[in-house]
Design a protein around this ligand. Structure first.
Ligand code: SAM
Ligand code: SF4
Length: 324
């Protein structure tokens, strides 16, 4: 019996770069992070080898490409093509949207199914402040291009930060519903720079729900298997309807059902964001031999073995390095 027969299938997030044109205040310090060199970063062939083993031995069906900012990695469209050729049931990408206007069409053509766009504010000044220099207009153009190119569904991710964007929750929800996008409000995790400001910035999903319920009728929707978000069907006073999700990593963790793995851009395999280091599997991806595959399967099983045993978050490594 292989691993996929024993358990629910795993899902994988692949960070393809540690680089990003933004320095979001909760994700990176103002100086950014020390960058890896090109040689440190997994090649596309190494990524594909891992995906193939995970698919064959652990029933991998869903992959999300992330970073850093995945659209700054040269050749990302080629990687999407290579991943799409693996026969996955869902191939998604998370992006800050800055380069999406120019790339949405070719990503779709290459086989990408859908995108999540991080949008923490729809106020240009707040957006600039939060991202340390990002232009809201570019993200909005990216969102329009994604909707126009059939990358569906387009989901918006918003981290709610007290005193920074917490007064925008209802406006962002309205903005999403008008564009027929699902918006998901995320609780901040105390990872990287967010750890230092956590007590000042953290807003619980419960508080977000309270704000939303003043503007919308909210009806809990059925939870999708493996999904990290609690969904609500929302209806506003004009009768417009949409879907709103809450991701409550702190107050309502979903560890019991979690089968998610993360592969960092340098080849570390991480089973849980709340846990420290994972093994570096890169040496095992450089040669497709049988001995390597069984060592790799053993390592993957060990990493999956830590699932369900929740610890407090406590790592210093920022999300830009791990892959959100
Ligand atoms: N650059 C892309 C983006 O921003 O969408 C992809 C990488 S980013 C690390 C992925 C997601 O992680 C973003 O939605 C971001 O808001 C989220 N994120 C970063 N730091 C976080 C933290 N401390 N707590 C919760 N989410 C975080
Ligand atoms: Fe870049 Fe995404 Fe981190 Fe913002 S959250 S700094 S866009 S990697």
């Amino acid at each position: 019996m292989n691993e996929s027969e024993k358990h629910a299938p795993v899902s994988l997030r692949i960070s393809i770069t540690d680089r990003c044109q933004h320095r979001c205040i909760y994700c990176m310090g103002s100086e950014g992070v020390e960058k890896f060199t090109h040689q440190d970063i997994l090649s596309f062939a190494e990524i594909i080898r891992f995906v193939q083993v995970l698919k064959r031995r652990f029933g991998l069906a869903t992959v999300r490409i992330t970073g850093g900012e995945p659209l700054v990695r040269r050749g990302v469209v080629e990687l999407v093509k290579m991943l799409a050729a693996q026969g996955l049931s869902d191939l998604a990408l998370t992006t800050n949207g800055q380069f999406l206007a120019a790339m949405a069409g070719e990503l779709k053509q290459a086989g990408l199914d859908r995108v999540n766009i991080s949008l923490d504010s729809i106020n240009p000044d707040t957006y600039r402040r939060l991202t340390r220099g990002g232009e809201l207009e570019a993200v909005l153009a990216g969102l329009a291009a994604a909707l126009g190119s059939g990358l569906a569904p387009v989901k918006l991710n918003t981290i709610v930060l007290k005193g920074i964007n917490s007064d925008e929750v209802v406006n962002i929800a309205r903005f999403a519903i008008e564009r027929r996008c699902e918006v998901r409000f995320l609780e901040l995790m105390p990872i990287g720079p967010a750890g230092e400001q956590f007590a000042d910035w953290f807003v619980s999903s419960q508080e977000v729900l309270g704000k939303l319920s003043e503007a919308f009728e909210l009806e809990p929707a059925r939870k999708e298997p493996g999904s990290s978000s609690r969904k609500y069907l929302a209806k506003d006073a004009q009768g417009r309807k949409g879907s709103i999700g809450l991701i409550s990593s702190g107050t309502r963790p979903f560890c019991e059902q979690c089968r998610r793995l993360r592969l960092t851009s340098t080849g570390k395999l991480i089973g849980c964001l709340a846990r420290p280091e994972g093994p570096n599997i890169r040496p095992l991806l450089q040669d497709a031999g049988k001995a390597n595959e069984s060592s790799l399967v053993k390592m993957i099983s060990d990493v999956l073995g830590i699932k369900g045993k929740r610890r407090l978050f406590g790592r210093a490594e920022p999300m830009v390095r791990i892959g959100g």
